[in-house]
Design a protein around this ligand. Structure first.
Ligand code: NAG
Ligand code: NAG
Ligand code: NAG
Ligand code: NAG
Ligand code: NAG
Ligand code: NAG
Ligand code: NAG
Ligand code: NAG
Ligand code: NAG
Ligand code: NAG
Length: 876
């Protein structure tokens, strides 16, 4: 989770240093005022309420300002305090980034300082306290900043009593929304605080439409409502506010709107990423002659890019990706020669040539993914010497990788994934790009080889290396010389062995070597990779035992995929307490005798997998009974909430093909053989186990009742085992269940009526058991066909009658284990998607994610890409 944590830090950092920050410019004279005793006392009392904790502030320049406060000095001279020059009252408190940790008292002494004009407590940790309603008593406040401070709960309506406010900042970081603001409170604020210039409510849940009265705030310069769960129509009048410079509505996917006819305006930054905004760009966009950043990716815009945009030569960043823009954007963009950041990826552009981009010689970031280039990388790109990011995934690029690429000395990110590049290429040459951090050459027709470079250079900064499907027959030796390598993908090659030095690369977080020809045993030295989060060695020819250390060598391990090998023996006996495991996939090996008492912990310890999402042990030789204790240990699976498992969209995916989508896609997991895919969004809320597949083993005994407590389950496949007894009625509690397969067991008794109450159940198979009695006949059950129930001699109901009339029903003796037709037709590809979700770390930097992160950071304040990378990878 190091990565996610640093990402959060980064975002917070950017947040703090972004243009949203308000600067105060009041001047104070040099003479020392004399502090009022009661104010000094109130401040000291406030100080005593908190401990200093350097984790409480993320700003690395922060320090504990209150440490130097003491009663023997004049409070007006204290760090962070300013007093009025005539009245000597405390009017200004700036305790931003002061490492304060503790609960804010609802009756804090702070509220005795009624003369306050500025209160800045941003970037501290108030331990999820509520913002006290007494805040409304500070009626002189002009600037209130409680951002990034771990306040939670409802923002008190009393905030609207602060009628003198010029700036209100209650924003939070990207991963969680802690604060809520009622629409009624927002309306009161708008009605009362009419002088507001800055209103910053990012990551504050508002969950409503925006009131039209927002356009009454005629002084407004900056409005930021990033991820506020807004919906409905955005009040178009806001675009016409005369002083508006910043409008940030990002990540409100249900907020609709379109761009109006613009008059000249002071707008400098317009950010609508991932909203429901739609329509065409108006020609009058050419009147926004102050606009510096135009950021409208992941919306529903379409049509041509108006050429008037080309008049806006002051533009520095244009992000148009993931819309449905058409035509050739060159006429609009080619003349904006000062452009620093350009993304036209994932649209429907049809271009004659892309070589005009070479004229934009100030570009530091260029994403042309999916633009159909149809030729070599144009030579004119050789002039883009400032480039730090070049994304050209799935762009129909042909020819060889030109040697001049190695002259783009600032490149930190290079993705040429999924093109038609060919030729033999010596990998060592990439070491010439000294700033390179991310390299993806996967899925081309390249033949990569190590090169014979004898000098062992260790100055490579590469952290992410993706060389899937690059015709590698052996692991490139230059990998040995990458001291910081964290993500290594070598899937879909033809490597037969992994060298011993690989197990010494302790920096590795993700190692993906599936679909190769690896033979031999998994060496125990793999357990030296203590930072590993994801290990994927599936679909190889590995044999022998799984090293017993595999279960407990790393606290951070989240995903183990070993499916489709020839492994035998036991699965690891011990797992680390408090394990981070989210997925175990041992499908299709020869593992045996291990299920019983095995995933359980040894000794008296209760072994829990608090984060496990997916467990796939199907097609092995597991025997023994299904232990209830183990299920109780799978804690996570119990915590759920139906709305967290929203079905979002449908997508199919070729495992070897390019992965590109308008969404972030972190991981795909195929649980069976054919045709079914799910996309889960909002993974940050998604902490439950969704799938158990232990089909085709030799598990005996009864299905434990306690399985009904795993409320998050979406898929449960226990088919083709030796289970007996009845189907527990508790399965009816699995309200998220979409697929249930209990076929090919020896279950008896009735089908519990409760099963018919599982609303989302789309697939049910209880065939070939010894069930008796009536089949429930409600709506959901009536959609299932005969083959869901056949092979149970005592079962009757309409569903079976249909079948009987047709062709008389088979008998259990016809059943063949390998006849997959009849027992599990679903193919589950679970696409786990989200920001800051638990699975991010494992796969994050793979495909579309990295540019997304880049977009987040994208130089709102000139943070260079390299600085960004340093931030993001900073270890804690
Ligand atoms: C108060 O602070 C001053 C200056 O920082 C210091 O000299 C003095 O010792 C402190 N007094 C107490 C009681 O801590
Ligand atoms: C933070 O909140 C938790 C839970 O309410 C509490 O147990 C803990 O003592 C608080 N910490 C501080 C420093 O106030
Ligand atoms: C709040 O503080 C004041 C002054 O310290 C005190 O008189 C009052 O009783 C307190 N109220 C509550 C609810 O604690
Ligand atoms: C508006 O501000 C005034 C003066 O501070 C206050 O008395 C009144 O309660 C506020 N109205 C609302 C709706 O908060
Ligand atoms: C605020 O807006 C509403 C509706 O848009 C309008 O009726 C009202 O007069 C406005 N108030 C002020 C003070 O401008
Ligand atoms: C660009 O600006 C010039 C002068 O301001 C104007 O005459 C011209 O029509 C504009 N071009 C477009 C395409 O809007
Ligand atoms: C771009 O610049 C060229 C040369 O300065 C000019 O001829 C052309 O009209 C410009 N295109 C647009 C769309 O402004
Ligand atoms: C690179 O830029 C120079 C000067 O701007 C220009 O003369 C040259 O033609 C450009 N090269 C390419 C390949 O476009
Ligand atoms: C992989 O390499 C082996 C020899 O090492 C060769 O027989 C086989 O054809 C290769 N497979 C592919 C897909 O290239
Ligand atoms: C099926 O269940 C009946 C009792 O309901 C039992 O007598 C019979 O042995 C069972 N058959 C199998 C194959 O388990």
């Amino acid at each position: 989770m190091v990565f996610v944590r640093s990402l959060a830090l980064l975002l917070k950092f950017l947040f703090l240093y972004s243009l949203f920050t308000f600067t105060f410019t009041t001047c104070f004279p040099q003479i020392q005022p004399k502090c009022h005793q009661y104010e000094s006392h109130a401040l000291l009392q406030f100080k005593e309420g908190f401990v200093i904790n350097n984790l409480a502030s993320d700003d690395l320049l922060g320090y504990p300002k209150t440490s130097s406060w003491n009663s023997s000095t004049d409070c007006c001279s204290w760090d962070g305090i300013k007093c009025h020059e005539h009245t000597d009252h405390v009017i200004h408190i700036d305790l931003s980034s002061s490492q304060l940790y503790g609960t804010m008292d609802a009756n804090s002494s702070l509220f005795r300082l009624v003369h306050l004009r500025v209160l800045d407590l941003s970037d501290n940790d108030f331990n999820y306290s509520q913002i006290p309603s007494k805040i409304g008593e500070l009626s002189q406040l002009k600037h209130l900043n409680l951002s990034l401070s771990f306040f939670s709960g409802e923002i008190p309506p009393q905030v609207s009593q602060l009628s003198k406010l010029l700036s209100l900042d209650l924003g939070f970081r990207a991963t969680d929304n802690l604060l809520q603001l009622k629409l009624s409170s927002l309306k009161s604020i708008i009605q009362n605080s009419t002088k507001l210039e800055t209103l910053h409510l990012s990551h504050v849940t508002i969950s409503s439409t925006l009131p039209d009265t927002l356009t009454n705030l005629t002084s407004l310069k900056a409005l930021s409502l990033y991820n506020s769960e807004l919906y409905g129509e955005f009040p178009v009048g806001v675009f016409h506010l005369p002083n508006l410079e910043l409008l940030d509505l990002r990540y409100n996917p249900n907020l609709n709107g379109s761009l109006p006819e613009f008059q000249s305006s002071s707008l400098t930054r317009l950010a609508l990423d991932h909203t429901g905004f739609s329509g065409a760009l108006p020609v009058s966009i050419g009147k926004l002659n102050s606009l510096v950043i135009l950021s409208i990716p992941e919306c529903h815009f379409f049509g041509n890019i108006p050429t008037s945009l080309g008049n806006l030569t002051q533009l520095r960043g244009i992000y148009l990706d993931n819309n449905k823009f058409r035509g050739d954007p060159s006429a609009s963009l080619a003349n904006i020669t000062q452009l620093s950041m350009l993304s036209v990826a994932w649209n429907e552009f049809t271009i004659e040539t892309i070589s005009w981009v070479g004229k934009l010689s100030s570009l530091t970031s260029l994403d042309i993914s999916s633009v159909n280039i149809g030729s070599d990388i144009p030579l004119s790109f050789a002039n883009l010497t400032q480039l730090e990011l070049l994304g050209a995934t799935n762009s129909n690029i042909k020819g060889e990788i030109p040697s001049w690429i190695m002259n783009l000395a600032n490149l930190a990110y290079l993705s040429l994934r999924s093109n038609f590049l060919h030729g033999k290429l010596e990998l060592d040459t990439f070491l010439n790009l000294k700033k390179l951090v991310f390299l993806d050459l996967s899925f081309n027709k390249l033949s990569l080889y190590s090169g014979k470079s004898s000098s062992h250079r260790t100055d490579s900064q590469i952290r992410v290396l993706q060389l899937a499907s690059c015709n590698l027959v052996e692991i490139p030796t230059f990998i040995r010389d990458m001291p910081d390598l964290e993500f290594l993908m070598l899937s879909n090659n033809n490597m037969t062995l992994l060298p011993n030095w690989l197990w010494k690369k302790a920096s590795l977080i993700s190692l993906l070597v599936s679909h190769n020809s690896l033979t031999g045993e998994i060496p125990p030295s793999i357990c030296n990779l203590k930072s590993l989060v994801t290990l994927d060695l599936s679909i190889n020819n590995l044999s022998g035992n799984i090293p017993s250390c595999l279960g407990n060598f790393s606290q951070s391990l989240e995903n183990i995929m070993l499916k489709g090998n020839k492994l035998s023996g036991l699965i690891p006996q011990t797992y680390m307490i408090g394990s981070s495991l989210q997925m175990i996939d041992f499908n299709n090996n020869n593992l045996n005798n291990a299920f019983h008492g095995d995933i359980r912990c040894s000794g008296n310890m209760t072994c829990t997998f608090p984060k496990l999402h997916i467990i796939d042990l199907s097609h092995n030789e597991f025997s023994g009974s299904f232990p209830s204790e183990m299920i109780q240990g799978w804690k996570t699976m119990k915590t759920t909430n139906t709305s967290q498992l929203q079905y979002e969209s449908y997508s199919t995916l070729n495992s070897a093909g390019p992965i590109h989508t308008t969404q972030n896609m972190f991981y795909t997991f195929t649980m069976s053989n054919k045709g079914f895919a799910r996309v889960y969004e909002k993974l940050q809320n998604f902490y439950s186990l969704i799938a158990i597949d232990i089909s085709s083993n030799k598990i005996s005994g009864e299905i434990p009742h306690v399985i009904g407590e795993l409320k998050g389950l979406v898929l449960l496949n226990l088919s083709n085992n030796h289970l007996i007894g009845s189907i527990p009625s508790s399965l009816g509690n699995l309200s998220n269940l979409e697929a249930l397969d209990l076929s090919l067991n020896s279950l008896s008794g009735k089908i519990p009526q409760q099963l018919a109450e599982i609303t989302f159940l789309e697939y049910l198979n209880v065939s070939f058991n010894n069930l008796t009695g009536p089949i429930p006949q409600n709506n959901q059950f009536s959609t299932f066909k005969d083959d869901s129930f056949e092979g149970n001699q005592g079962l009757y109901g309409d569903q079976l009658l249909k079948k009987c009339i047709d062709h008389g029903g088979p008998s259990t003796s016809d059943v063949d284990d390998d006849d997959s037709e009849s027992f599990f037709e679903l193919d589950w590809t679970v696409l786990l998607i989200g920001y800051g979700g638990g699975l991010v770390a494992g796969f994050a930097l793979g495909n579309t994610y990295f540019p997304q992160v880049f977009e987040w950071c994208r130089d709102y304040l000139g943070v260079s890409f390299t600085l960004f990378l340093n931030k993001i990878f900073k270890r804690h």
